[in-house]
Design a protein around this ligand. Sequence first.
Ligand SMILES: [Zn+2]
Length: 457
Amino acid sequence: MKDGGLFAVDGIIQQVGSTAELPQQADVVLDLSGQIALPGLINTHHHLNQTLFRNLPGAQNNNLFPWLKAQYNIWAGTTPPASRASTLVGLAELAASGCTTAFDHSYLFKNGNTIDCQIEAAKEIGMRFHASRGSMSLGESKGGLPPDACVEDEDFILKDSQRAIEQYHDPSIGSMTQIALAPCSPFSVSADLLKESASIARSSGVRLHTHLCETLEEERFTLERFQLRPIDWMDSLGWLEADVWFAHAVHVDDDEIKKMANARCGVAHCPCSNMRLASGIAPVKKYMASGVKVGLGVDGSASNDSSHMLQEVRQAMLLARLRLGLLPPEGPVKYSQLPVTHPLRAAEWMTAREALELATIGGAKVLGRSDIGSLEPGKCADFFSINLHTIDYAGALHDPVAATVFCAPQKAEYTIINGRIVVENGRVATVDMEPVVEEHNRWSLALARKSHEPIGS
Ligand SMILES: [Zn+2]
């Protein structure tokens, strides 16, 4: 809408319409002339603590299993202050790229580290935050991938999961804090822990999340150990349900997509990470066509090195098109001889608007929220704006919405979360990030050297 605006009270949108029709008085009036305002982006998969471990030389050129093995012990060194700094850095980066709701998948809690410091950091910066009490319990000695020193006792995990839910989970409309239970992956937790986590989650009304079908190595693991492919393995544990979403879901066949659609479970598509780790290309258009809920995730910063949400939107569009060029048609066999530009194959193209929908309405469905994902009365006042009159968009303004996806990903001028200004004139307005970045860099170097004290502290 041209010359559009919205009016919000106490973090909830009351009116959306042309600026002239909106109330002319308010406590805060934002003039976004020359900018485009879009619904806040929703990140459905991250490991915020990994901002400390971006670009580690030993993990630059390997795929998932060797990449994990190169880092588990380093990640385990993360202390509560390092976790706070990394959470602030990751959330600042997300907010500056238009993200207003972030889910974090934390699963490695050593050195007194808990999700509490992450939740506090999210409050500080003002991000709508879904935290996970994640877990790993299957160490190397039990046939799992992580070192024994990186896993936790299952009884403690379950007790702490219950505590986190009771202490923090707020299911109400406009909620700023929710909890999910998120055992890490089939190769790092036991069947018992998956079942028990599902039981606690369901009796408490919180959602369930894990990594699944990310790589062929994972598929080999479940086939060898359980004689089941990953989707069937999770199904056997009661994990193929509407309250579950899986990160990645790259390696699935058509029957498995049908099962996922019938179960109404969701997927966090992480294109940058899947490319970075050479994991493969998720069949996102097939998911969309069959009714699987799909949101986008930047994934952890050790496998993306960036938390730029708008960049993820662009990569989702581009990667779906690469799949279109590489693989057979996704429609009937009779299409196989048709060129990709034939009108009968038009639905196989990921459009810019579809990619934005994945990051907004799609993400809201994956997280089970009806109060975010679009700008309309009754929904949360979560949005961001981008200045369109820049070199980056010059010549692309025939379609400003699509320009934000087709052109190089830009930073937000303003990001508003729950009616509060979190990014103002391109800078985080709620936390002084300069000292945080400095402290974060000291922790990053210290932890890579396996020291539990930041350099220079
Ligand atoms: Zn992940």
